[in-house]
Design a protein around this ligand. Structure first.
Ligand code: KG4
Ligand code: ZN
Length: 361
């Protein structure tokens, strides 16, 4: 089944052709980084306008592999949410129009599910890959940071999440006060590789409390205070030290809580997903801790970590195979619809859920 995926939830306009095995035939991304970079973050109105300009050229480029022939496509999958609504509307409306005119099945995909299922893409290229359900998914991006138990493509439970900023947002804001520009994650990642992570003693936030939840706003403030007190590092090596120290604090808590979730749920597979999963420090630290605990770690290819439409097409292909279909009146949603949320005690052990209607005590 050849699925055309369309993604426009934030600042990337993307289209891809993928089948239900995760084989990728086309994977086109038009990034808006240059457009938003003077503002130090994504400006929603500008994002919507740029999606409007880019969406048809991007889809048309993806369709080049089938000579632009939509009759070779079996279905269309589009990111339905969460994201910026003005941005989502562009992809959703184009997907609906194409599905309607070409009488193709249509399905709406949750962007976060797409990130969590991304490691199944291009597995044919890696015969060693033994990824299977269940796994713990650490999703860390610019808009979300959360841990999930992924039992099946359609059975994903939220275990814990950030109480304030997302990890990617913390990277971007720290980079901004350090004068590194937007987006900050890749820049800090590059500098950190050359720096001393113990140069500035930032505390990994909420490492020993909050169960499987995260918090990054205090760390962001700590970096801002450091810069206020000592000024923006002038030398390349001081900048690298500050980057490495900040990155270590973020990575330590992400990696440790991901492992904690694996142990609490007795699951021996861990997946890193979302833009921050591209971080080399996180990949290395999670790899180290996972190896120590006998947990197998899976990370999507770099291009499948940041926003893309291949993960949307693949997630859509699975939903279509289950018989899911969206109506032509499909809406978009800005926030993640309610998910079952696990409750955890101080040690990260899950508190059994009371059956519906059961009395207190
Ligand atoms: O998943 P994504 O492309 O978009 C969202 O859905 O948010 O994630 C973008 C975020 C940005 O905050 C960016 O700074 C961060 O991922 N990011 C990184 C790296 N590459 C991207 N953070 C740390 N290290 C990286 N190498
Ligand atoms: Zn994303």
């Amino acid at each position: 089944m050849m699925v055309l995926g369309i993604e426009s939830s934030c600042d990337e306009t993307a289209a891809a052709l993928v089948d239900e095995t995760g084989r990728v035939y086309a994977d086109v991304v038009a990034s808006q980084i240059e457009l938003h970079s003077p503002f130090g973050g994504v400006v929603p109105e500008l994002a919507s306008r740029a999606h409007l300009q880019n969406v048809i050229p991007v889809i048309s480029e993806a369709l080049d592999v089938v000579d632009g022939d939509l009759s070779k496509i079996d279905a269309i999958a589009v990111t339905q949410g969460p994201g910026l609504v003005g941005a989502l509307l562009v992809g959703v409306q184009v997907a609906k129009a194409l599905a309607w005119v070409h009488k193709l099945p249509l399905v709406g995909v949750n962007h976060l599910d797409g990130h969590l299922l991304a490691p199944f893409l291009r597995r044919g290229d890696d015969p060693e890959s033994d990824l299977g359900f269940p796994y713990i998914g650490l999703l860390a991006s610019g808009g979300h940071t959360a841990l999930y138990e992924v039992v099946a493509a359609d059975e994903i439970t939220l275990l814990g999440q950030t109480r304030d900023d997302a990890a990617g947002e913390a990277f971007d804001k720290a980079a901004k006060v350090m004068g590194l520009g937007y987006p900050g994650g890749p820049k800090i990642d590059r500098l950190a590789a050359r720096g001393n992570a113990l140069a500035v003693p930032f505390t990994p936030p909420m490492l020993h409390r909050g169960g499987l939840d995260f918090s990054f706003s205090g760390l962001k403030t700590a970096v801002a205070q450091h810069v206020r007190k000592h000024g923006v590092p002038e030398s390349e090596s001081d900048l690298a030290d500050l980057s490495a120290s900040f990155q270590r604090a973020v990575v330590e808590v992400l990696a440790k809580k991901a492992i904690k979730a694996c142990k609490a749920r007795e699951i021996s597979t861990l997946v890193l997903a979302g833009g921050v999963a591209a971080n080399r420090g996180l990949r290395a630290r999670a790899g180290e801790l996972a190896a120590k605990e006998g947990i197998s770690l899976h990370v999507p290819a770099l291009a499948s970590c940041t926003d893309n439409a291949a993960m949307i097409a693949y997630t859509g292909a699975l939903a279509l195979a289950r018989g899911e279909r969206a109506g032509i009146d499909m809406a978009a949603y800005s926030r993640d619809p309610e998910r079952v949320r696990g409750r955890f005690d101080r040690d990260g052990k899950q508190v059994p859920r009371r059956p519906p209607g059961a009395a207190d005590g």
